[in-house]
Design a binder for this molecule. Structure first.
Ligand SMILES: Cc1ncc(COP(=O)(O)O)c(C=O)c1O
Length: 358
């Protein structure tokens, strides 16, 4: 039985990448040792790390003038590190509140700066604010938003215009799902465990002029300028996660890069939403223009069937469809590594379940 893993994160990795990891686990680089056992400062690992950065830059078409950092602490650490690095004490930072993760970022930032929530879509968080409602305030250190809310399944169909205020994005659950214009952003951060690689790694892309202004009490290992100056090797980096991320970047390049990914991701999402909309048992309440390509949430009209749905799905090899506990219902996370056949199998299962129980 083929197993399809719809986990929101840590999420499925491409099978080909896992096979390569397995094949070279005990003997990486023909050196008789695992990649986990060698120095991050050795020539072999340095080469792999540099290649990973170069491939990521190529995939995202990162323009000159941006630093790419490989950090630790999860995306949640960035909720604090962004204000610590980008805002002076007493400064104001703008935030857009579109759900669970942006709310968390806001709460954490409020410990460091004056947070100004310039727009939001609460309390239901079933859409995103219209583009013309997002206006950065004069003098704000940055404007932060969450392009894809992983729990609610709500995604911005546009990039907000923050004028001359640097735009900061938590792209944890949407990075690499489609091409983006990096030049629109001052800083992008993303936890790795969805579209990049294993948990433990966070990627930060930051415009050079924004680094070097960290507060005096910022831990050195989290000062973007200090990390950048040392090529993200100021201390021991999460080498295994970095190596696997590099393999994922090569996998993406071999499959046509982000334009090809976008076409596939759009197709997967459209097919799944169409199946949900055509059914009387399943319902997705997110505004159609703000529906996530990566996290498709849905509820059963008869919630007493939730347990049976999950039990039968699991038995059919369709794993981790339970929605986040904060949201309930179901969630199918269909990141880059989810093949179209996985989505087709899920749709067929849902139709069959509705025929039997609807
Ligand atoms: C959009 C978003 N931001 C932040 C996080 C937190 O990530 P971490 O657990 O790596 O701190 C998540 C986790 O799922 C997320 O989806």
């Amino acid at each position: 039985m083929t197993v399809y893993n719809f986990s929101a994160g840590p999420a499925a990795l491409p099978g080909e990448v896992l096979e390569r990891v397995r094949d070279e686990l005990l003997d990486w680089n023909h050196d008789g040792m695992s990649v986990m056992e060698v120095s991050h400062r050795g020539a072999a690992f340095m080469r792999a790390a540099e290649e990973a950065e170069a491939d990521l830059r190529e995939l995202l078409a990162v323009p000159a003038g941006y630093r790419v950092l490989f950090l630790q602490g999860g995306a949640s650490a960035q909720f604090s590190l962004v204000p610590m690095n980008l805002s002076a004490p007493g400064a104001t930072a703008d935030y857009v509140d579109t759900g669970h993760w942006s709310s968390k970022a806001i709460r954490e930032a409020a410990r460091y700066c004056r947070v100004n929530v310039v727009a939001g879509s609460g309390p239901d968080y079933l859409t995103v604010p219209a583009a013309d409602r997002i206006r950065a305030s004069a003098g704000a250190a940055y404007l932060h938003y969450t392009p894809n809310e992983t729990i609610g399944g709500v995604e911005f169909p546009y990039v907000p215009d923050s004028g001359s205020v640097p735009l900061v994005a938590d792209m944890s659950s949407t990075i690499l799902s489609r091409p983006i214009d990096v030049a629109r952003f001052g800083l992008i951060y993303a936890g790795a465990q969805k579209n990049i690689g294993p948990a433990g790694l966070v990627v930060v892309l930051v415009r050079e002029d924004l680094i070097g202004h960290a507060r005096a009490d910022t831990p050195t290992v989290f000062d973007y300028a200090a990390v950048a100056a040392q090529g993200s090797m100021l201390n021991t980096p999460p080498t295994f996660a970095w190596y696997v991320a590099g393999l994922v970047f090569k996998w993406l390049k071999a499959r046509g890069g982000l334009a090809a990914m976008a076409a596939r991701n759009r197709e997967k999402a459209e097919r799944l939403y169409a199946a949900i909309d055509a059914s009387s048992l399943y319902r997705n309440a997110v505004a159609p223009e703000a529906r996530s390509w990566m996290n498709v949430t849905f509820r059963l009209a008869r919630s007493e069937l939730d347990g049976e749905f999950l039990r039968l799905a699991n038995a059919a090899g369709l794993r981790n469809l339970k929605g986040h506990k904060a949201a309930g219902g179901m969630r199918a996370s269909i990141y880059n590594s989810m093949p179209v056949e996985g989505v087709a199998t899920l749709i067929e299962f849902m139709r069959e379940f509705e025929r039997a129980h609807g």
